[in-house]
Design a binder for this molecule. Structure first.
Ligand SMILES: [Zn+2]
Length: 422
């Protein structure tokens, strides 16, 4: 009998060897039902199974060739030239659902552009970069500080230090000043140096130069940083003009010590950075003119923005850690003028600081849970008789950022109580 299909051929050869269907299937390691399907050409055995069958039937595998689906010549040639195609076919052959696998291929191929990596930065920091860039006709720059979580967040973008060198060809940071800034920001706020921002005013290049890359790689190496950021600033017009459009080109180094760049996309976090607001309230870093950012309109910045909806809540968790630091900092400062250590309670409405006046009496300051933690009320606590009395004092506009006001309030309350008790 002249066989026409692969199934028929296998059945015929099996008959010649006098092998039962069941025995044959068992030796091949497949079910009898599967073997029936193969012989009725309802399923195609894969290459490995076919080889086993050929061995069992004592025939060369090439005997099956004429029954295999024939490919058009150009396709065969194409596969010959591109060995990876064979791999794709193999993957599809092994896939539990080749249809789904094809759909996955299609989906990934349709994403023609490489996904950009997000970096979040507060509006105030972008404005500060914009203002400083617009104020110089020479190259300028500064530093980026933040916390590198799932999404890196920039909490402070500084202006250059007093000894920075700005000229028409390049910009050199004030290293001594940078070290000073790094210490302040790390100790109080847990921020680390992320990299820098600087203009390519006359250079016109909208990505880091080879020199920039070398510097970043070396800084990362010294500090054991795995990731760094670099923002390159370019302009649409020359000369000093606070209204000119300023373009921020953000890049990330994610494979340090390799200097390979990843295009970044910016998530703009609304409002003022909690770190900037805290530094402002404490009158720290006066040389940075921390409150000047507001004069630069955010609309004058051109930024590759994250499409709305892809990422949300970039700052939520990290602000909580600043709150924690702020509460602890205030407690440490209050302890210097109180009768003993400060007790801190975290409540659903916010934070309570209990400040001892003497062995039995305390002042409790209750603060709202959201940054910058406005004071809700102050209470007088007597632990000997268990009484709690709200103190009649104006707490409007006083937040945890206002350390000196809180200290003054504590002293005032102490003095008033001493008067009452006389
Ligand atoms: Zn540069």
């Amino acid at each position: 009998m002249k066989t026409k299909t692969l199934g028929e051929k296998i059945k015929q050869e099996r008959g010649k060897k006098k092998l039962s269907l069941r025995k044959f299937a068992e030796t091949l390691g497949i079910s009898a039902a599967y073997q029936v399907d193969i012989e009725k050409d309802r399923r195609q055995p894969n290459e490995e199974l076919l080889q086993k069958a050929a061995d069992l039937l004592d025939i060369p595998i090439s005997e099956f060739d004429e029954f295999m689906p024939s490919l058009p010549k150009p396709v065969k040639e194409w596969i010959g030239k591109n060995p990876l195609i064979g791999k794709v076919i193999e993957l599809l052959n092994r896939a539990p659902s080749p249809e789904d696998t094809i759909k996955q291929f299609e989906r990934s191929l349709s994403k023609s552009t490489v996904r950009k990596y997000p970096i979040a930065i507060y509006e105030s920091e972008l404005q500060s970069i914009g203002l400083d860039s617009a104020s110089w006709e020479t190259e300028t720059g500064g530093d980026l500080f933040g916390i590198w979580g799932d999404i890196p967040v920039v909490y402070f973008a500084s202006k250059a230090g007093p000894k920075a060198q700005r000229d028409h060809a390049h910009f050199r940071l004030d290293i001594e000043y940078l070290i000073h800034l790094s210490i302040v920001l790390e100790k109080d706020w847990g921020l680390r140096y992320f990299g820098d921002w600087h203009s390519h005013h006359s250079l016109g290049l909208n990505s880091p130069s080879n020199g920039d890359k070398k510097r970043i790689v070396s800084v990362a190496d010294k500090n054991h940083f795995d990731e760094m950021a670099e923002f390159i600033i370019t302009f649409n017009t020359s000369g000093i003009d606070k209204k000119r459009k300023i373009k921020i080109n953000p890049y990330l180094y994610l494979d340090l010590p390799s200097s390979r760049l990843t295009d970044a996309i910016i998530i703009v976090v609304k409002g003022i950075s909690p770190v900037r607001s805290a530094l402002l309230a404490a009158s720290s870093l006066p040389e940075q003119q921390l409150d000047s950012y507001g004069s630069f309109p955010i609309e004058n910045l051109s930024i590759p923005r994250e499409p709305i909806g892809r990422v949300s809540g970039a700052d939520g968790n990290s602000v909580a850690q600043f709150s924690e630091r702020l509460v602890n900092k205030i407690a440490t400062e209050l302890a210097t003028i109180s009768h003993g250590n400060i007790e801190i309670y975290h409540k659903s409405f916010g934070h309570v600081l209990v400040v001892p006046v003497n062995d039995k009496e305390y002042v409790a300051f209750a603060h709202d849970k959201t940054w910058p933690h406005y004071m809700l009320q102050a209470d007088w606590i007597n632990r000997r008789n268990g009484s709690i009395t709200e103190i009649d004092i104006n707490t409007d506009g006083i937040s945890l950022l206002n350390l000196s006001e809180i200290k003054k309030m504590f002293v005032d309350i102490k003095n008033i109580r001493a008067e009452i008790e006389k």
